[in-house]
Design a protein around this ligand. Structure first.
Ligand code: IMP
Length: 192
């Protein structure tokens, strides 16, 4: 089955393809002629995931899904949350975001945080939502070179390594996106 996934981020594409398996061929927006940035202007992860999926569906008429993820830090009142991509700057500057997060967590004892992903699927013009959460904590310093985004600072519960110190398989097994996409995969398998 071919399905469009609303990302041009190669890391995300690989993570999701690995979870969905060979039965699904993921197409990127670019492969479907959508060269512009897909708008994500909503105030919630659910709203953004749906907005991106609807944009793709309206412009291609094809089955598609989109995800939106936020890092929710307890001591920061759930920030950066839906603003995770643009925490420090207007762009997706991962290094600047990590520096700002460490600065805002200086001297903070409560390091609890979680990643939450919402996946919005549009299939035959019907909409479905799937959620994945991983609980963990913010490390005192960055470590590891794998993954992307806040991975060098996030230590999932049950581990003493950051996501950036894990292989893609290890991260996928426990991650927010892995969990949400496994729910998506179960649903897609159940109806095909
Ligand atoms: P997006 O909605 O998936 O684009 O995620 C928004 C932002 O959250 C990204 O720009 C990253 O900074 C961060 N993020 C999303 N997923 C991950 C992840 O798996 N690891 C680390 N950071 C992530």
């Amino acid at each position: 089955m071919e399905i469009i996934f609303a990302t041009n981020n190669a890391h995300k594409l690989n993570e999701v393809q690995a979870v969905l398996g060979d039965g699904f061929r993921l197409l990127t927006p670019r492969e479907c002629g959508i060269m512009e940035d897909i708008p994500e202007t909503q105030a919630t992860l659910e709203g953004n995931a749906l907005q991106k999926a609807r944009y793709l569906y309206e412009h291609t008429g094809r089955d598609c899904f989109a995800d939106d993820t936020g890092l929710e830090v307890a001591a920061l009142g759930g920030a950066p949350g839906v603003h995770s991509a643009r925490y420090a700057t207007d762009g997706h500057d991962f290094a600047a975001n990590n520096r700002l997060l460490l600065k805002n967590m200086e001297g903070v004892a409560d390091r609890r945080a979680r990643f939450r992903t919402v996946v919005a699927l549009i299939l035959d013009n019907k909409e479905y939502l799937f959620e994945g959460i991983v609980e963990g904590r913010i490390a005192e310093a960055e470590s590891g070179a794998e993954g992307f985004g806040y991975d060098p600072l996030f230590v999932p519960d049950g581990f003493d390594r950051t996501f950036a110190e894990m292989s893609a398989e290890e991260k996928n097994a426990v991650s927010h996106r892995g969990r949400a996409v496994r729910k998506l995969a179960e649903f897609l398998h159940s109806i095909s």
